[in-house]
Design a protein around this ligand. Structure first.
Ligand code: AMP
Ligand code: ZN
Length: 132
C-alpha cells in the first residue's frame, strides 16, 4: 500500500523488533513506547481500520491480539488494549494496529514525551515476548 510503514514492516522491507507472526498477522515492538513492552499487532494485508477488515478475518485478528496479551502478561498483569481509528482519535499510521500497553504500578501515567525504544532493552523484550 504505497509508502505505508507497517506494510513495509510486514513485507520485511523495513526493520522491526518482531515478536510473533502467523500467516495473517505480525506483532512487533512500538518504536516510541508508552511503556516498557508496548507492542503493536497488525494484519499483514493492508486495511486502514477495523471496519475495513473482512469479516472472515475477525477471528484471526482477535486470536492474534489474545496471543500477544498472553505474552504481555509475562511483563505485567495489567495492560491496555486499544485501537485509534481516525486522525481525531489519534491514528497516525493508517494501517490497522492494536496497541497492547503494559501498565506498571510505579509509573501509572503515560509519558508526555515519547522516547525512542532503547535497542538493548528491545532485544531483551524480544527474548521475553517471542518465547512460545
Ligand atoms: P497510532 O497513533 O495508533 O496510529 O499509533 C502508531 C504507533 O506506531 C505509534 O505508537 C508509533 O510510535 C508507532 N510507530 C510508528 N512507526 C513505527 C515503526 N517504524 N516501528 C514501530 N512502531 C512504529
Ligand atoms: Zn499498510
Amino acid at each position: 500500500m504505497g509508502d505505508c510503514i507497517f506494510c513495509k514492516i510486514t513485507a520485511g522491507e523495513s526493520p522491526s523488533y518482531k515478536i510473533w507472526e502467523d500467516d495473517f498477522s505480525l506483532a512487533f515492538l512500538d518504536l516510541f513506547p508508552l511503556s516498557r513492552g508496548h507492542l503493536l499487532v497488525v494484519p499483514k494485508r493492508h486495511v486502514d481500520r477495523l471496519t475495513d477488515l473482512p469479516k472472515e478475518h475477525h477471528g484471526a485478528m482477535l486470536g492474534a491480539v489474545a496471543e500477544l496479551c498472553r505474552r504481555v502478561e509475562r511483563l505485567a498483569p495489567d495492560y491496555n488494549v486499544g485501537v485509534n481509528q481516525g486522525a481525531i482519535a489519534g491514528q497516525i499510521v493508517f494501517h490497522l494496529h492494536f496497541h497492547i500497553i503494559p501498565r506498571y504500578p510505579d509509573s501509572p501515567g503515560f509519558p508526555k514525551a515519547r522516547v525512542r525504544l532503547d535497542p538493548a532493552d528491545a532485544e531483551s523484550l524480544v527474548k521475553i515476548l517471542s518465547a512460545q
